[in-house]
Ligand binder design. Sequence first.
Ligand code: FAD
Length: 442
Amino acid sequence: MTKVLIIGGGIAGPTLAVALTKIGLEVELFEAQPADAPQRGSWLNFQANGLDALRSIGVGHWVEELGYPVETMSFINGRGKELGRMPMAFRRPDGLSSRMVPRAELFTALAEMARHHGVTVHHNKRLASARNTDTGVVARFEDGTEATGDLLVGADGIHSTVRRIIDPAAPAPRYVPVLNAGEYIPDFSVPADPHDFRMQFGTRAFFAWMNTDDGGAVWFANPPMKQEPAKGVLSGMTDADWRRWLHELMDGDTGPAARIIDATPGPIHGFTTYDMPVVRRWHDGSRMIIIGDAAHATSPAAGQGASMSLEDAVILAKCLRDCPSTASAFTTYESLRRERVEKIVENGHRSSSDKAAGPIMRVLRDAILPGKFRAAAKDGGASMMWLQGHHIDFEERVVPATGEPDSRGLGARRLGARRLCDSTTTRLDASRLSARRLRPVP
Ligand SMILES: Cc1cc2nc3c(=O)[nH]c(=O)nc-3n(C[C@H](O)[C@H](O)[C@H](O)COP(=O)(O)OP(=O)(O)OC[C@H]3O[C@@H](n4cnc5c(N)ncnc54)[C@H](O)[C@@H]3O)c2cc1C
């Protein structure tokens, strides 16, 4: 049976692990952190297309039971002027919308989901290097141990080690010039309609808040910071430093920010964020590939990083199931994913720039955005359907990309591979699939 080593137990890793068990492959997952490691950031906005990906492999309930639905996002400027309201994909036929999910609960649930499906999850295993051999791939961890398999998938996040193994010349992540801070406040109410995420393009910073169904509220802020702060600067900031700074940034703006900052139990932390615009090589053409943030991290402003990682995981599993060789699966996978994810990363970058706008750009933004939101509201969210309306049918067979894979990993797009709807799709036959061995290209 083909054995896949997955590096990274964040969002893409456990989901890929489950999808691969469903097609009869053997999987082992290796995560650098201990099982009870604290998560960076408190909440994650999980959009409908990500939930769709989980549903497609029958595991939607692991996340849909967490957090709270988000049905709209509404926007004001620093003076409290309404800029507009956007629906969150309520035109989906399945009614799926976004959810705000506590980050720690999400990561725990996904790891539990993987174990529940029989995946062996190893913690405290940080990949140091990996090499192809004549018969497989060998992963070496920082503790000196090794694991062997037929394939290795890097789901190891934005600072991916696997990305550098596949392409030592891969670019470094790009700094996004807004910081992130956010928290949950129990027993607290903010001025917002139920399930509306209220967002403020403040004069000096972006600030957002939402009531939660359990009587609390969540918020986040994006203080702009043009230059990447030196190592240790943010971790050296105390809770009192953050409160003072956030107050200064929101001072004079209309809205509840000051009250929210004061009510937050804390301690408040803040993070730098990065994106990965174009990673030219996603795979080595034979046994190693990267997915999720490792291949295409987007700025948190897109609210799509998690969902794209889930789409990646399910679509890679489909390609490995339906393509005649690993090389073909990798090429086909890339052809199905690259255009979409790069467009989302670019959108995320634009949204971050809007949040960090200077005085002139602020005037332009406040003039342009209402028209955009009106158009989005008028079409009932249809203009966002390419994003949140993305649907995966796990049973539908993938048509392999034809032609030779490009060594730079760019060939598939030129080959114009398509995903076809096969009306004669057969249900997965796990015994048949597990018996089939994928054929890596030597
Ligand atoms: C502050 C912040 C807010 C965000 N908000 C949102 C949001 O609202 N909505 C949204 O969709 N996305 C959001 N994102 C992005 C989202 O978190 C990522 O897109 C998503 O987590 C990517 O999933 P992944 O599995 O590819 O990587 P990750 O979730 O980063 O998981 C990678 C895993 O690999 C492990 N790892 C790393 N190196 C190694 C190694 N060498 N060996 C073994 N294991 C390793 C890591 O410990 C980690 O567990 C946000 C990100 C940040 C930083």
